[in-house]
Each structure stands twice: as C-alpha cells, then as structure tokens.
Design a binder for this molecule. Structure first.
Ligand code: UD1
Ligand code: MG
Length: 484
C-alpha cells in the first residue's frame, strides 16, 4: 500500500485528569510500553509521510519517547481540546491529503486495522471515516449517530447524550481518517459548546455531515482494539489484553506456558521452542530465551540472554546477564547486572552475583556473594564464600583460575588472585594471591583442651545450687520478721 499522501497525527497533549496522576496519561505504561509508543509503532507500517505527535503535558518526556521512533512533535499549549490539537498540528502536515488521527490513549490498535480504515476511506471517497466499535458497555465513550446504514450524522459525547442516544452501543474510537481539505473548513465551524469549553474534533463530524460530505464509520472487527485508557482500571484492562496477545503469540510459536494468565511477558521478549514457563514468571525488557529451557515459578528475568536448555529454578531474579547453554541457577539465586555464566555452570540457592564470569561447569551452590569476580572452568566455590570487593571507596576484582576449590566460608579480600588448581582451606580470609596448585590457609589454629567442658560444668553446678537456696531462705526469714 502506498500512503505517500498520508500523515499520521497522534493527539497526546492531554493531562489525563481521570488517572489522578502526576504523570501525563500517554506516559503511563501498559503491555510493557508507554501508551504513546504503542501508537507510534502501530503507525509505522502504514508508511505514511510522517507521524506528527501533538504534545503538551510533560512535552519533553513525550518527545523523548517518540522522537527516537522518528516521529515529529508539535506543541499544543494550552490544551483546548482534540479539535484544537488538530488545528495546532495543521502547519506540520505539509502537503498531505489524508490524515490518520489517533488519540494517545488507545494503544491496542493494530496496523492492519488502520490499513483497513484507510482503504475504506479511499474506496468510499469519504471526507471522514471513523473507526468505531460495538461495545456491550459503551459508557464513557462518544456514540456514533448514523443517519443511514452507511452514513454517519454525528458523534455525540457521553455528557451530551439524549436519553435515546444513551442506548447506542456503537462508539467512537477517536481514530479517524480525514481528507484534510474537507476537515479544515468543517473544523472552522466548530465551537466550544461543552462544559469544558474545549474544541472537540468529534464536532467536526456533524459539521461535515451537515455540509453533505460523506462520513463513514468502519466497525473494528475486534472491539478490544479501540479501548481507551482514561482510568487506572482501563489501564489494567488494556495491559491484560496486551499480555494475553504476547503469550498467545509465544504459545503459537511452540512455547509452553502454565497458568498463562499469571505470566507477564514484555513485548520485545523472545522465547525458543519447547521452553516451559511456569506460573507467575515475569520475562521483562529485552530478555531472550533459547529452546528447551525451563523457567520455574516466581522467577523474574530482565534483559537476560539465555542459551538452550537453561534451567532457572523457582524464585530467581536475573538482570542484564548472559546464561549459556545448560546453565542451572537457583532456587533463590540473585543475578545483578553484567554476569556471564558459561556453559554448564551452576549457581545454587541464596547466591548473589554481580559483574562476574562463571567458567564452564563451575559451581557456586550455596549462600555466596561473588562480585567483580572471574571464576575459571570447573572451579568449585564452597558454601558461604564471599568476595570482599569493596573497601568503602572502590571496587576490586577477584580472579579464580580453573579447577580451583574454594573451601566453605572463605572471604576473598580483593584485589586477589587464586591460581589454577589451587585449594583454599575452609574458613580462610585470603588477603594474598594463592599460587597455582597451592593451598591457601588463613585462619587461627585450632586448640583442643581435653576434659575442659566437663570440669567447667562441675564448677558451675557447685556455685549455682547453694546460691538459690540461701536467697529463698533469707526472703522467708524477712517475711516472718515482718509478721511478728
Ligand atoms: C475521546 C473522544 C470520544 C471517544 C474517546 C475514545 C473527543 C472530544 N472525544 O474522548 O468521542 O469515544 O476519545 O477513547 O475527542 N488531547 C490533546 N489535546 C487536548 C485534549 C486531548 O492532545 O487538548 C489528547 C489526549 O492526550 C488524548 C486524546 O487527545 O490522548 C483524547 O483525549 P481524551 O481526553 O482521552 O478524550 P476522551 O474523553 O477519551
Ligand atoms: Mg481517552
């Protein structure tokens, strides 16, 4: 489809009073993206001349999201309604003949639906074509008033409905295709005849119809696509639908998702075939998961990259880390950013990693902190091992070679290096480098004192017993004295 006569206009200047928020409405998130980003992306496949976003509330933040997506912004200040927003955009529309106009708060619309709207508009030679939908509960939306089966006479806002019109369940999505040379004169006739004293773009529909122009309404095949987000409840509904669509797409691509309604997956996440995702998992950001992995219940992965056959046991938190093929982590592992776990590495329960590389087949199975550490192939990190990587001012690295055995409860005071094949005795505080194949031992020597405990118990028994008796006797004596 060639649309080089068409520009997209997204109206995103409003505050969103009904959200009761300090954040502008279009900056709220649903389905893992801001509302406005969803809409800019839906417009991209239309291949129009450009996408113009009308900004107002928190204009800079909105611009920071849409400009990297190659949209241009135009400032509406003050915000005098959707019709006024369109007039503000006018000077940015250049020589476009048609405009697809979208609100910034209806993010579920798909490009296919917009393409069908444009086609209907062109085929019908219309001045305006409204994307409408039939809703079981139309409350909150403007209603489409038809004068015949095909032609529309007006859009009436909820606050201005007559009792009869209130029963109309065909609603205005606020997504339209306009022929601009027809829209501008009609919009010039629109007056702010409403309690907010705003210029409503919807009123241009009645003006066009009154002039005898063709106004069509195309009913969306899936009415969910037009849902607007005016309230927190609307945001939750829209988020739920986005999440469902994402999960369905992954299941169609061969991913098993158990109790899918409990699983949250961001739009850019990819998952390979035959991977199993257990209930209540969250896969966020740009996470990429290979084939035949298992992500077990309660785990949250953000910007993680997993190879094939990786197992994430229950309740792990992983951020910005790479887990190669066959890695197993958890339960209850925490991977803070910048770790690389090489093939077959294992990280067990209550192990925290930060900026560390764990070599092939290396293991740290219990209760450890490994930060700024490099651990070689097949090394074993004992329970309770801590890298002391921070002296209150700077961070220092720990380097552990291949096939090293670190005994339990070792503190490695960085910067420090342990050579290939070395052993560290349990309970050591290692402050100096340990050579390859050597033993590092740094702890107090044990002294056994035979019979010490038995002797101590005998001493305590003698001292404690008489004390108690004398205390009671003297109390009794005092009491009898008083009575006398
Ligand atoms: C609007 C429609 C209504 C439709 C509904 C669908 C109007 C008057 N009404 O109502 O018929 O059923 O959408 O969701 O258009 N905006 C600006 N500048 C302004 C005012 C608003 O850019 O001065 C933007 C808002 O940021 C928002 C969009 O326009 O993204 C729609 O405004 P909103 O207040 O949400 O209109 P609704 O009451 O939902
Ligand atoms: Mg709205």
């Amino acid at each position: 489809m060639s649309n080089n006569d068409l520009t997209n206009v997204i109206l995103a200047a409003g505050k969103g009073t009904r959200l009761k928020s300090s954040l502008a409405k279009v900056l709220h998130r649903a389905g893992g993206r801001t509302l406005v980003e969803h809409i800019v992306r839906a417009c991209e496949p239309l291949k129009g001349r450009e996408t113009v976003v009308v900004v107002g509330h928190q204009a800079e933040q909105v611009a920071a999201i849409v400009e990297p997506l190659e949209a241009v912004t135009v400032l509406q200040h003050p915000q005098n309604g959707t019709g006024h927003a369109m007039l503000v955009a006018k000077r940015s529309l250049g020589r476009a003949k048609l405009a697809v106009v979208l609100p910034g708060d209806a993010p579920l619309v798909r490009a296919e639906t917009l393409k069908a709207l444009i086609t209907a508009h062109r085929n019908g030679n219309a001045a305006a074509t409204i994307l409408s939908a039939v809703l079981a509960d139309p409350s909150g939306y403007g209603r489409v008033v038809r004068k015949s089966e095909t032609a529309v006479s007006a859009i009436v806002e909820e606050s201005q409905l007559t009792d009869e019109q209130r029963d109309i369940n065909e609603i205005n999505s606020a997504i339209y295709c306009f022929t601009l040379e027809k829209l501008w004169p009609a919009l010039a006739h629109v007056k702010p005849n409403n309690k907010h004293r705003e210029l409503y773009l919807t009123d241009a529909i009645a003006a066009l119809s009154a002039k005898g122009e063709t106004v069509l309404a195309q009913v969306a095949a899936d009415s969910r696509e037009v849902l607007g987000c005016n309230t927190r409840a609307d945001l939750a509904d829209v988020d739920r639908i986005f999440r469902e669509w994402k999960r369905n797409a992954l299941m169609d691509a061969g991913v098993t998702i158990q109790l899918p309604e409990t699983v949250l997956i961001d739009p850019d996440v990819t998952v390979g075939e035959d991977t199993i995702i257990e209930p209540t998992v969250q896969l966020l950001g740009k996470t990429k998961i290979g084939a035949r992995c298992t992500i077990r219940t309660g785990s949250v992965l953000t910007d993680a990259v997993l190879g094939d056959e990786v197992t994430v046991e229950p309740h792990c938190v992983v951020a910005e880390s790479r887990l190669d093929d066959g890695v197993i982590i958890g339960p209850f592992a925490r991977l803070r950013p910048n770790n690389h776990l090489k093939a077959g590495a294992r990280i067990g329960n209550f192990v925290e990693l930060k900026k560390s590389t764990i070599g092939e087949g290396a293991k740290a199975m219990h209760l450890s902190y490994l930060g700024d550490a490099k651990i070689g192939t097949k090394s074993n990190i004992g329970a309770g091992t801590i890298t002391c990587n921070y002296d209150g001012f700077n961070k220092y690295p720990t380097s552990i070679g291949n096939k090293v055995f670190i005994g339990s409860d070792t503190a490695l005071v960085a910067p420090v290096r342990v050579g290939d094949g070395a052993y560290i005795a349990a309970g050591s505080t290692i402050t100096e480098n340990v050579p390859a194949d050597g033993l590092g031992i740094a702890r107090g020597r044990q002294v056994n004192k035979p019979g010490w405990a038995a002797k101590k118990r005998r001493e305590l028994a003698v001292i404690e017993k008489p004390k108690k008796k004398t205390a009671k006797k003297s109390k009794r004596r005092k009491a009898t004295k008083k009575r006398k």
